[in-house]
Design a protein around this ligand. Sequence first.
Ligand SMILES: *[C@@H]1O[C@H](CO)[C@@H](O)[C@H](O)[C@H]1NC(C)=O
Ligand SMILES: *[C@@H]1O[C@H](CO)[C@@H](O)[C@H](O)[C@H]1NC(C)=O
Length: 403
Amino acid sequence: MGSPHWKRLCLLLLAGLTSSLLLYSHYHATVEAPTSQRIIASLLQAEPLVLAPSGTPHGAGSRRWALGGGSEGGNSFKPSAELEEQEASRKQPSPCLHSVMARAKADPKFREIFRFNTPVLMWDQHFTLETWNRLKTRHVPYGWKGLSVAVVGSTLQLLNASANRQLFDRAAFPGGCVRCAVVGNGGILNGSRQGKAIDSHHLVFRLNGAVIKGFEEDVGTKVSFYGFTVNTMKNSLISYQEYGFTQIPQGKDLKYIFIPSDVRDYVMLKSAIQGSPVPEGSDKGDQPQKYFGPEASAEKFKMLHPDFLQYLTARFLRSEILNTQYGSLYMPSTGALMLLTALHTCDQVSAYGFITANYEQFSDHYYEVEKKPLVFYANHDMMLEAALWRSLHRAGIITLYQR
Ligand SMILES: *[C@@H]1O[C@H](CO)[C@@H](O)[C@H](O)[C@H]1NC(C)=O
Ligand SMILES: *[C@@H]1O[C@H](CO)[C@@H](O)[C@H](O)[C@H]1NC(C)=O
């Protein structure tokens, strides 16, 4: 199973499966191109699953569920007062003119959709009996259904640094107005000369096959965050190798954002922090240093909270695919998750390389030599995402790069 031949074959099979699903997706997209009106209506529908009661997401009364070992014993509990402090610090008003939060609150539609107190990241103190009982009923990426207590618990236990509780430290930005760029890999960036503009943001998010070498003028060089699932990361290394994507971005100040879409993400994250080879599952034997570089420490890694993914899907990207036979495969794209993460953490957000109304004029990615049509995957809803970026841009909540 470990030989490259086998991996190739599996990939081919997977590619085959994806393209047959693709046909469906494309059909769905072309036949049912949603109008903005319908999108907004769908955004406002009731949520399918109950989120944590608002106001007390994981705060007072929540207790830490410690895993076996140590003086605390098996499933003992420990109060988690710190948790509240962290969540409170996020709610401070920003001194920015036109901040995401101010703009969202001033908009009649988006005011009803945004919930800025939803937890974005997950860390050790979230491993409580209450959270376990709630999340074990939802499948990944929205919960922990089918995952073992040991796998989830032993991974979360390692996310115990203060850096695991926030995407970035606000104290590092004395101006108090944190401007972020999120860079998707869309063909619109080819020849765009947006590199300087992108790098002028305080923080730059990139994801999946983020080729930089040779495209600095168009996409810049700064990487503050790299977001991915283990699946999309490894697929990017294979699919975009021919364009020079031979390594995941690495750097001293770069942080990795894991999207917990599969048990693989929990297992890889644990190995990455421990700096040891992956002990089990489909990535068995992988050396995490190969992806993330030599520095292995909890500070380097963030993990999105399943409740956050649930909230984003329910409120921003509730696709009609959810009502089809592919419903259980559906999730927002990696780019969408990074852009929405930025919207819930930064004060101002610019989006580059994301799908626009005229996407057909551009190649799938900015680094292709010959124009390739945008690939629609059946597990994503790119037309819905396009309509969301458009309406966020119109509301002045994001600045969407268009040409
Ligand atoms: C986090 O957990 C590790 C391993 O259990 C421990 O060595 C480390 O001191 C802890 N760090 C903090 C900040 O509590
Ligand atoms: C990207 O831009 C270059 C230079 O303008 C051009 O030669 C190339 O064909 C473009 N690639 C695609 C896929 O459009």
